[in-house]
Design a protein around this ligand. Structure first.
Ligand code: PEP
Ligand code: MN
Ligand code: NA
Length: 603
């Protein structure tokens, strides 16, 4: 955080006097943090202040239960698990209310909403004044990353919302250990969250990267209110990463071990609800004997160059995953993890007190829907963006690399999105620069994870369109620069599990079967598979090199081919998107596009 917070003075001064004692009694050694707490208490005017030290979760949950805000689920089948129902107008990230607040609009770039930092503070001040009165102000210090890692960061979230506190305590390493790590340092990110009216018209999620500050008001939904996650670990951290030469990415990370014992680190960026969580928790198909996949991260990877190789850590300590579609076939490992000590948000409830969502299995004859209404033949029982919050330590296939201070060595990086046409099952980038273009060209059909239209193709470079905290053209340059910083560069792949045939049926079975594509990737990375089909859009596998018993050769050929005209149209659309970056768009990437276009024209 900045120590120059002149804009905090004066008008709240009378109240600051009133809260100074309460803040002092928390015995926080960090003077700068004390000043912030005093200021924000004076602004929001809580009845009392609680510092989270680490053992408060149980108490917070039981008071939420007694207030009727959490519903205790069936203790036999879902021990220590709860259902939370949010306000129906507050069920997903609201990108239109999310701002990057830099002095120059150009630095936020054309893909972010922008606000001047002074205006952001003034707006927040107006909306937050007195907003905690009658409530408790919670102070949640947290660590992002393994405790012993030099790559970890710290933050402090202030909130008036015990549901937010409970979630923060599950998805981060919080409490005293975090406060100890912060010590006297000012290198922590401060997030201030105000539940407020939940009025979507007055909702703001504002990021001030130059001050390491996040201000969120009139929402209590996950990505808008659990400020460690998208706000800190991606938007603010992406700015740190550019400044300090590392990568903060919207990527899952897994360690794949083959029957021969050889291990491969694989990270992958996929837009929301494109199967990233399922891939991170993949269970190899039963005939792939001896193959194992261990999870390092389901959503965010921070990657640093160490001795010329790239290593990934997971900043988080828990999952905040999408429930619908999760079942024994799609993600048995997730089902196992969420069977205890889990908070479900906006799922449906069965008569036996169990959570239910579309895609879990047969629909019980009677349900209570996500808004608590009787659901007799209602169309949607769980909200399509309903979620589970689960400690990562619940996960049975957690990689030992998860707690390694250095993290997982990355051998391959994947990009992918939901595309029913055009995009092949898998292709490998010729080199790093083409791989960066693969990422920059990422486009996917939208889902319910964000407020807005579902099923339209949207441009989502590196799956970071909503999460890059600065000008995306500079972000592309940063990716290119990382390629020269890292000697032992991971290979880059683009995958698409979502191709459909003319009848609208999926061609590729997906889920555990995706391991067969990973098998090819390990063969490429290890140098065992040297043959591949060189095309202008990258290197495609020979059909025989994808071992997929469930897919006919003809259908495999269909999803491993290049549709020349389709790709030329794709390039036109992508270039129209890139044109908004003007001169800031890197020349090296422009050359890659030209190379691809020329190749396609002569294909
Ligand atoms: C969120 O919205 O809080 C979140 C985790 O986002 P997503 O799953 O869309 O990446
Ligand atoms: Mn995500
Ligand atoms: Na979301």
């Amino acid at each position: 955080v900045t120590t120059e917070f002149g804009w905090f003075e004066e008008e709240e001064e009378g109240y600051a006097e009133k809260y100074r004692g309460a803040v002092d009694s928390l015995k926080i050694e960090n003077g700068v943090l004390r000043r912030y707490l005093t200021y924000f208490a004076a602004l929001t005017r809580p009845d009392n202040i609680v510092l989270i030290r680490g053992d408060e979760l149980e108490g917070i949950i039981s008071s939420l239960v007694s207030e009727g805000k959490l519903i205790r689920l069936n203790g036999k089948t879902y021990p220590n698990s709860y259902l939370y129902r949010s306000d129906p107008s507050d069920v997903a990230r609201s990108e239109k209310n999310t701002y990057i607040c830099t002095p120059e609009r150009e630095d936020a770039g054309p893909t972010n909403n922008w606000m001047n930092p002074a205006d952001a503070l003034a707006r927040f001040r107006d909306l937050a004044r007195g907003a905690y009165s009658g409530k408790t102000m919670y102070v949640v210090p947290y660590i992002l990353g393994p405790e012993e890692s030099p790559f970890a960061e710290t933050g402090v979230e202030i909130t008036d919302n015990p549901y937010v506190v409970a979630n923060m305590m599950m998805i981060t390493r919080s409490g005293k250990r975090a406060l100890d790590r912060i010590g006297e340092s000012t290198r922590f990110v401060l997030g201030v969250h105000v539940t407020g009216s939940l009025n979507p018209e007055e909702r703001y999620i504002m990021h001030l990267p130059e001050d390491d500050m996040i201000l969120s008001v009139n929402t209590a939904y996950g990505g808008n209110a659990l400020l460690s996650k998208k706000c800190h670990a991606l938007r603010i951290a992406s700015v740190h990463a550019k400044r300090d030469g590392w990568m903060a990415e919207h990527m899952m990370a897994i360690e794949v071990v083959r029957p021969d014992g050889r291990a491969f680190g694989i990270t992958g960026a996929f837009p929301s609800a494109s199967g990233k969580t399922n891939l991170s928790m993949i269970m190899p198909p039963s005939d792939m004997e001896g193959w194992k996949a261990y999870l390092v991260s389901d959503d965010i990877a921070w990657m640093h160059s160490v001795n010329g190789s790239l290593y990934a850590i997971n900043p988080e300590y828990g999952f905040f995953g999408v429930a619908p579609g999760t079942n024994e076939r799609t993600n048995p490992n997730a089902l196992d993890a969420i069977r205890h000590d889990t908070i479900f948000t906006n799922v449906a409830l069965t008569d036996s007190g169990e959570p239910w969502w579309e895609g879990l299995g047969p629909r019980p004859p009677h349900l209570i829907d996500w808004q608590g209404r009787d659901c007799n033949g209602c169309e949607q029982a769980a909200h399509p963006n309903s979620r589970f919050t689960t400690p990562i330590l619940n996960y049975r296939q957690l990689s030992a690399k998860y707690s390694d201070p250095r993290g997982l060595k990355v051998d391959a990086m994947l990009f992918g999105g939901r595309r029913s046409t055009l995009v092949p099952l898998v292709r490998e980038a010729r080199n790093w620069a083409q791989g960066v273009l693969f990422g920059a060209m990422l486009r996917a059909e939208t889902t319910a994870a964000i407020t807005g239209k579902v099923g339209v193709v949207r441009q989502d470079p590196m799956a970071m369109i909503a999460f890059c905290g600065y000008n995306m053209a500079d972000y592309f340059s940063h990716w290119l620069r990382m390629g020269s910083m890292v000697k032992d560069r991971p290979r880059i792949y683009y995958v698409n599990w979502f191709r459909k045939d003319s009848k609208g049926e999926f061609i590729w079975p997906g889920f555990g079967e995706n391991m067969r594509v990973i098998e090819w990737i390990t063969g490429r990375v290890s140098g065992e598979i040297t043959k591949g089909i060189e095309t202008p859009i990258g290197i495609l596998p020979e059909v025989d090199d994808i071992r997929a018993p469930g897919v006919s050769r003809e259908r495999l050929e269909e999803i491993l081919s290049v549709d020349r005209d389709g790709w030329l149209r794709e390039l036109d659309e992508v270039e129209a998107f890139f044109s908004q970056f003007g001169d800031r768009f890197p020349v090296e990437l422009r050359k890659e596009i030209e190379r691809m276009r020329e190749g396609l024209e002569n294909w």
